[in-house]
Design a protein around this ligand. Sequence first.
Ligand code: SAH
Length: 243
Amino acid sequence: MSRREIFFASPQNFKGDIVTLVDDELHHLTRVLHHKVGDRITIVDGAGVAAVDSEIIAIDRDGARARILKKVRRYGEPYVHLTLAQAVPKGSRFDWLIEKATEIGASEFMPLLCERGEVEAGTGKLERWRRLALAAMKQSCRSFCPVINAPLSFEAMCQQGRNYQLRLLAHEGNDDTLRPPIATPPPRRVLLAIGPEGGFTDNELQRAKDGNFQLMSLGPRRLRAETAGIVAITKLLTLFGQL
Ligand code: SAH
């Protein structure tokens, strides 16, 4: 079966077996894709629920209503909630990272402010990143829109570590390569930290060790920060059998 076009409606627009598409999604449905009453589409709520099969029953200027024929929870979602804590690289590289990491299966982002960090993220960027994550969720047929946190300090990230079963920090020049089995049952929540181009400082490394972070190697080559993020996510999801 070919995949249906995927649309987004927030959870409050899911009422019983009726979903209403509004704003950009309405525009996309009617003006761009010229859908009509009777067409079948997939609608995700960004919180992990998908109306994988729904039929458009009414379209007017304010909204399009669709009746849900089949609903699936955790549609397109990996078993593990993977959070990528990463120093924000210069320019548009973080945009690229959010898009690609969302496609691969990351569920949360923590823009990190490191001692050797390069840029501080303004609030405008945060809104753009959230829009990019939403678009990438739809594009990659997921139902959960990755959470993009406000930028936080390395210390605050370490404290968040207690909400995760596995805490990893990618660091060049160590031999600790993760091999399966990592843990049985596999962890549900994994926090993964990637440093800035200048790398983590000794102080940060020590702090992470104190916080029970495990060092992780990504091989003998030095990767650009955003490449390291993508490689680490791919490696982890592969180890967990999720790719
Ligand atoms: N000059 C820096 C390199 C930073 S590369 C240094 O000496 O550490 C940016 C980030 O990508 C690193 O902080 C690390 O988190 C990750 N990274 C890059 N290559 C890696 C590798 N081969 N193994 C593990 N992590 C790596």
